[in-house]
Design a protein around this ligand. Structure first.
Ligand code: PLP
Length: 467
């Protein structure tokens, strides 16, 4: 209700008194409410000056309450991943399993034995909770966990090769996303990079020729997010190991995505596992916790005691240490592997191995629900991806629903879905808005249908009334 009037706007004190008994301000302190009221009053004065219109107290309070709510609403929130990219870095990579969530809650709710040895009451190491499990699952002698894989690579190089040389193939000098490049991470570690071979060909002899008195290690890097095709040659890891060990040098392997189980029966059968890399004889493997392993963000280092132990007491190990909630989630995830239940319980592995029949049924159900609401929707065959620099160029057969908005183009319609609650992240393909069902979690199909209908239908009606 708007009235024309010559009075002054209400005072902040008057409005504060009204807000004190207004449930919409519950949980907001006086300072926060006062500020919101001031912002709203100042806006109103401008409108009043220009138009002579003065909103009543109910409107002012309503707007201030909305401002309080908007300011304190978390910006980081859950979204629905309909992109078909299982490990989407922009969408937080691996979805955690239920037992990891329970363990985070358990650990965060009170104090924990994070760094205390309950047997003798003395100071322990936070990595103790996961080390033997990692060794158990990979066959490694020792393990260490830091904040992420980039940190693990930095620490491994700093502890092994500061002021000395590390040999790496030119074909493996990758940018791992977000503008971070392996050569730059190496430079920060104080190790000197010696590049060998060419982009498409690196031979064993290239490595051997580069080894000199100042060489500290050989580094191999999984070319996670690209593939060189055509006239290529890379060397077998076991041969690189043999050359390095002949010269008493360690091989550090940045695997990136650390699969702990064989992916033999999946579309990415040739993606190496952590176990494969260790079996080839490398001295240390570094990998992420939140890629194919399916756990929290973490950088895991495993290998021989001789190479891992010096890393434990390097100052960078402290600077890069893993958060306790990540450790809680990682331990729970590793226990799932120890129980042999990874394919059943880890959302990443479940998404990876969902059968095509199930995907088709899910897409048909989604198209049907959307179609029933009057929005054009059709099932199409599509290709999903692993993402996060795993298995580059490798696709997984999938099914999707293409939805068409009556008057908006696919990019504008995608934008509409990103602004829904919760946001739905779709992808645009062949000028169509595509909802890939492979990355939808249990129960999300129905929610996506509801969100699409809600987001698309009001826009349609507005246009109708306007015409
Ligand atoms: C993903 C990746 C990284 C970076 O891992 P974060 O855990 O994101 O730091 C480093 N190296 C390779 C080969 C990767 O694939």
């Amino acid at each position: 209700m708007k009235t024309m009037t010559k009075e002054r706007p209400p005072s902040v004190e008057r409005l504060l008194a009204l807000a004190a008994t207004d449930a919409r301000f519950a949980g907001h302190g006086t300072a926060s409410v006062t500020d919101a009221l001031r912002v709203e009053l100042s806006r109103i004065r401008d409108v009043w000056r220009e138009t002579g219109e003065r909103p009543d107290n109910t409107t002012i309070l309503g707007n201030a309450a909305e401002l309080c709510r908007a300011r304190t609403r978390p910006s980081l929130s859950s979204v629905i991943n309909a992109t078909g990219v299982i490990l989407h870095t922009g969408l937080g990579r691996a979805v955690l399993c239920d037992s990891a969530l329970r363990q985070i809650r358990e650990t965060a709710t009170g104090h924990s034995n994070l760094e205390i040895d309950l047997d003798n009451g003395e100071r322990g190491s936070r990595c103790d909770h996961v080390e033997s499990r990692l060794c158990d699952l990979t066959g490694a002698e020792a393990a260490l966990v830091v904040n992420n894989d980039a940190g693990a690579v930095l620490l491994a190089l700093a502890a092994t090769a500061t002021n000395r040389e590390v040999i790496v193939s030119r074909g493996e000098l990758v940018e791992i996303g977000g503008g971070f490049r392996i050569p730059e991470v190496m430079a920060q570690s104080g190790a000197r990079l010696v590049e060998v071979g060419t982009t498409n060909k690196t031979r064993l002899s290239d490595y051997e020729r580069a080894i000199g008195p100042n060489t500290a290690a050989l580094l191999t890097v999984h070319p996670s997010n690209f593939r060189v095709v055509g006239f290529t040659e890379s060397t077998e890891l076991a041969d690189i190991v043999a050359i390095a060990h002949k010269h008493a040098l360690p091989v550090l392997d940045d695997l990136g995505s650390g699969a702990l189980v064989s992916l033999q029966n999946t579309a990415i059968a040739d993606e190496p596992t952590v176990y494969d890399r260790l079996s080839a004889g490398v001295d240390a493997v570094m990998f992420s916790g939140d890629k194919l392993l399916g756990g929290p963000q973490a950088g895991i280092l495993i290998g021989s005691k001789a190479i891992i132990d010096p890393m434990r007491c390097h100052p960078l190990a402290r600077a890069l240490r893993c958060d306790k909630l990540a450790l809680a989630a990682l331990e729970a995830t590793l226990i799932v592997y120890q129980r042999g239940a990874a394919w059943d319980e880890l959302p990443v592995l479940r998404a990876l191995c969902r059968p095509e029949q199930e995907l088709l049924a899910s897409a048909e159900g989604l198209a049907e629900m959307i179609g029933r609401g009057g929005i054009a929707a059709e099932v199409r065959k599509t290709e999903a991806r692993i993402g996060a620099g795993s298995a580059p160029g490798r696709v997984l057969p999938s099914f999707a629903v293409a939805v068409a908005h009556e008057c908006l183009g696919p990019n504008e319609a995608a934008n509409l879905l990103r602004h829904a609650t919760p946001p739905v992240i779709a992808r645009v393909e062949d000028d169509k808005l595509i909802l890939d069902v492979r990355t939808l979690l249990p129960g999300e199909t129905e929610r996506v249908a509801g969100i699409v209908l809600e987001a698309f239908i009001p826009a349609k009606m507005t246009r109708r009334t306007r015409n």
